[in-house]
Write a protein that binds this ligand. Structure first.
Ligand code: PHE
Length: 434
C-alpha cells in the first residue's frame, strides 16, 4: 500500500505546501473579524502567546506522526489501537465541516474578483455585501465553483499548482499587502486602528475570548484536523520537520499581522464597526480600493491572490477526507473527489443560504454558517488536537529529542506534549464552552 502513496518531490515542495495550507482565509478574512468580535488587542496578545508557546508542540507532533506512520489519519490512529479509530474519523469529518463554510468565503472572493475586473461602482459596501450574500442562487453558484476548483486541483495531483502558488503568488501577495498597509496607515485616524490592535484592554479578558483565540490559532496553523498529518505522511525522506514548523508559524503569523495592520486603521478611518462579523473584510477592503487611484486594478490583483491563498488551503482541507476514502475504502482518487464534491455541496448549500432564505434557522443560537465555523474551530479542532497530543505523548511516546537538538527545549517539548498542552486545551474547552 505505502509504495502507492503520493509523496512530495522535495522537502521544499513539502514546506511550501504546508505554508500554503496555513496561510489562507484564516489570516486575511477570519483573523480580523474574530479579533474584532473579541476585544482587539487583548485577543491578539492571547493569540500570539498561544501560537508561540503551546501551538508549536501539536504542530510538530502532527507533522511527525504523519511522517512516521505514513497512513491516512483513520488507518494511522487505528494502527496504534483499534480504540482510536473513531478519533481518527473525527479528522476527515472536521475537514468536511470546515469545507462547508470555508468554500463559501472562497465563493465570495470569486464574486469580488469579477466586481473588480468590471470596475463596478458601488456606493455602500456594507449594504452591497448584505444584498449579495442574501442572493441565494449566485452565492450557491460561486460556492460550488470554488469547491469545484479545489477538487479539480486535488484530483489532478497538486504538486505543480501548489509549488507555483507558493513560489510566485505568495510573495506577490505579501508585496500588495505591504502597499495596502502603507496606504491604510496614512488614512485619517489610522492611529485609532493601531491602538485597537496593539493596546490591550485587560478588562476584556473572558473565557469565550480565550477559547476563540485558541480556535483561531489552531485554525490558522491548520492544526487539529489532519491536514498537516496527511501532508506529513507524504514526506519521503528522513529529514527533520522542525524547520518546516518554524517556517509555517513565522509566515502564518506575519500574514495575519499584516492583514490586521491593513484592516483596522481603515475600519476606524471609515467609521466602521470592528465587531461587525464575517463580512468585515469584504466591506472594508473594497472601501480602501475605492479610495486608491486605479483601485480596481489593485483590487483585482488582491482578490486574485487571496483566491490563490484560499485554494492552497482549501486543497489541504479536502485532502484529508480524500486520503481516507482512497486509502481506507480503496476508492480511486477521481471517485473520491466526485463523492466529496456531493457531500460538501449538501452541507455548504444550506450554509450559503443561511445568509438568505435560511437566516431564521438557528443551531445553538447561530446561523448554519456561524455554527459550522464555531463548531469546528472552537470545539472539534481543540478536541482533535487534545486527542493527538494524548496519543502522540502517551501511546506513541514521541520525544522532543527526535527533532530538537537543544536538550532543554526537548525536555520542555516532552512535558508540554504529555501534560501542559492537554491541560490547557481541556481548561480552555471547559471554561469556554460553559
Ligand atoms: N489554515 C487555513 C487558513 O488559515 C485553513 C485551514 C484549516 C487549512 C484547517 C487546513 C486545515 O486559511
Amino acid at each position: 500500500m505505502s509504495e502507492n502513496r503520493p509523496s512530495w518531490t522535495s522537502r521544499l515542495t513539502f514546506i511550501l505546501a504546508a505554508v500554503g495550507s496555513a496561510v489562507g482565509l484564516g489570516n486575511i478574512w477570519r483573523f480580523p473579524y474574530i479579533m474584532g468580535q473579541n476585544g482587539g488587542a487583548i485577543f491578539l496578545l492571547v493569540y500570539l502567546i498561544l501560537i508561540l508557546t503551546i501551538c508549536f508542540i501539536p504542530l510538530i507532533a502532527e507533522l511527525y506522526m504523519g511522517k512516521f506512520l505514513k497512513k491516512d489519519c483513520v488507518s494511522a490512529y487505528e494502527s496504534i489501537s483499534t480504540k482510536f479509530k473513531p478519533l481518527g474519523y473525527l479528522n476527515p469529518i472536521t475537514g468536511v465541516l470546515i469545507s462547508s463554510f470555508y468554500f463559501i468565503v472562497g465563493g465570495w472572493i470569486i464574486n469580488y474578483i469579477f466586481l473588480s475586473l468590471k470596475n463596478a461602482q458601488i456606493t455602500n459596501y456594507s449594504e452591497y455585501f448584505g444584498i449579495f450574500t442574501q442572493s441565494s442562487i449566485s452565492t450557491c453558484i460561486f460556492t460550488l465553483a470554488f469547491l469545484f476548483m479545489c477538487i479539480f486541483f486535488t484530483a489532478r495531483g497538486i504538486k505543480k499548482g501548489i509549488e507555483f502558488a507558493n513560489n510566485v503568488l505568495m510573495p506577490m501577495f505579501a508585496v500588495i499587502l505591504v502597499g495596502l498597509i502603507i496606504f491604510s496607515l496614512n488614512l485619517p485616524n489610522a492611529h485609532l486602528g493601531l491602538e485597537y490592535m496593539f493596546k490591550p484592554d485587560f478588562s476584556k479578558v473572558n473565557a469565550h475570548m480565550l477559547l476563540a483565540a485558541l480556535g483561531q490559532a489552531l485554525f490558522t496553523l491548520s492544526i487539529g484536523m489532519g491536514a498537516l498529518f496527511t501532508y506529513g505522511s507524504y514526506i519521503k525522506e528522513d529529514k527533520s520537520i522542525t524547520k518546516s514548523a518554524y517556517t509555517i508559524i513565522f509566515s502564518d503569523t506575519m500574514f495575519a499581522l499584516m492583514a490586521g495592520i491593513m484592516i483596522f486603521p481603515a475600519i476606524f478611518s471609515f467609521g466602521l464597526e470592528p465587531s461587525s462579523g464575517a463580512g468585515l473584510v469584504f466591506v472594508t477592503l473594497p472601501y480602501i480600493f475605492s479610495q486608491i487611484p486605479h483601485g480596481n486594478i489593485v483590487s483585482s490583483a488582491f482578490f486574485i491572490l487571496l483566491f490563490a491563498a484560499a485554494v492552497t488551503s482549501g486543497i489541504s482541507i479536502i485532502e484529508v477526507p480524500i486520503a481516507t476514502m482512497v486509502e481506507r475504502f480503496k476508492f480511486t482518487r477521481t471517485k473520491a473527489c466526485v463523492l466529496l464534491f456531493c457531500i460538501i455541496s449538501a452541507l455548504a448549500i444550506p450554509a450559503t443560504l443561511s445568509f438568505g432564505i435560511l437566516n431564521n434557522f438557528h443551531i445553538f443560537g447561530k446561523n448554519i454558517f456561524d455554527f459550522f465555523d464555531f463548531a469546528t474551530s472552537n470545539l472539534l479542532m481543540p478536541l482533535n488536537t487534545l486527542f493527538l497530543c494524548i496519543i502522540a505523548g502517551w501511546f506513541l511516546k514521541i520525544k522532543g529529542h527526535l527533532f530538537l537538538k537543544n536538550k532543554f527545549l526537548a525536555k520542555l517539548f516532552d512535558i508540554g506534549l504529555k501534560y501542559i498542552v492537554p491541560f490547557i486545551l481541556i481548561l480552555l474547552l471547559y471554561i469556554g464552552l460553559r
